[in-house]
Design a protein around this ligand. Structure first.
Ligand SMILES: [Zn+2]
Ligand SMILES: [Zn+2]
Length: 318
């Protein structure tokens, strides 16, 4: 009897919890729907920025993770659990650091620039939608240039090579960047925002898009060759970006784009396929092959500070 009473109590508590969660969720959906009906798209996106970011992050992550399970492109060489735990560890650390050092982040900077009339789009009369679209394209070009610079300047390559030291290539590689690279990227983004003065909506679209395409183009997924041929004119595909993660020097220094493929195509850094084929190529860096170094949090964090800058920087001469 006593046992039954206890069980009823637990069930009651559980039911009350489910009921409260259900009502809170319902209320949230109702208010969000009401706001969506009364606001413009731009106002809605800006006021729900955090929820939109999280929704895209977890949504794309889930789709890619399932796709990788259903149709993997390559066999993984390191236990997946080990890589995923440590790659997510880096993501958590990066998010924590960025939120602590730059609480308002890029969006805050864009709002600040707007208030003070800083930057091209805040100074000249440009239509709002054109300013949003151009901001996204310009910021994507800057990210491309930044990526080239991170390969060209030895001290920056030390930091960026942590991304390349991943011994496998999958959705979590796309979000695995050294905290120093994340901080430097944010400072570069601030500088660009001050110069171009993008609308806040442009910055949000750009950041959500970059996060989503980075997870997509690092996917260990099989795609139809014919589909990839067409798609890689519009967006950087996994078949295109995988070349960039080859251990071969001239393949690592190609396909720098994260989002739009046109920068690589027009600026001469495009490489169609890896020489050894997607299944025969080796992923990572030839001078970082130790699992402890490349797939555990302390090892990964130390990568910029150990060893020589060997073999990969663009100024490298054999
Ligand atoms: Zn790179
Ligand atoms: Zn990459």
């Amino acid at each position: 009897m006593d046992y039954l009473n206890k069980l009823t109590d637990y069930l009651n508590i559980l039911l009350r919890f489910v009921e409260t969660t259900y009502h809170t969720l319902l209320r949230y959906i109702e208010t969000t729907y009401h706001q969506a009906m009364t606001m413009t798209v731009s106002e809605f996106v800006i006021s729900h920025e955090a929820a939109i970011r999280l929704m895209f992050f977890f949504g794309i992550l889930l789709v890619m993770a399932l796709w990788e399970l259903a149709a993997p492109r390559r066999l993984l060489t390191v236990p997946k659990a080990l890589r995923w735990i440590n790659n997510f560890g880096i993501v958590f650390l990066d998010s924590f650091l960025v939120r602590t050092i730059f609480p308002a982040a890029a969006v805050g900077m864009a709002a600040f620039a707007q208030e003070h009339g800083w930057g091209i789009f805040n100074h000249f009369q440009v239509s709002y939608s054109l300013a949003v679209a151009l901001s996204v394209v310009v910021m994507d070009f800057v990210i491309y240039l930044q990526h080239v610079i991170f390969h060209a300047i030895p001290v920056f390559w030390r930091i960026h090579r942590m991304h390349h030291a991943d011994l496998d290539f999958d959705v979590t590689t796309g979000i695995r960047f050294h905290p120093l690279e994340i901080i430097l990227s944010m400072l570069i983004k601030f500088a660009v925002i001050v110069v171009i003065g993008p609308p806040v909506l442009g910055v949000i679209i750009f950041e959500v898009l970059l996060n989503a395409t980075s997870m997509f183009n690092h996917g260990n997924i099989r795609t139809l060759r014919s589909l990839d041929r067409v798609l890689r004119w519009i967006v950087v595909t996994p078949e295109m970006h995988r070349v960039h993660h080859s251990t071969v020097y001239y393949e690592t220094n190609s396909n720098f784009g994260f989002n739009l493929p046109l920068w690589d195509r027009f600026l001469g850094t495009y490489r169609d396929q890896p020489r050894m084929g997607h299944e025969g190529m080796t992923i990572g860096l030839w001078n970082f092959r130790d699992t402890k170094r490349c797939a555990t949090l302390p090892g990964m964090l130390a990568i910029p500070f150990i060893g020589k800058v060997a073999g990969y920087t663009i100024d490298h001469r054999k």
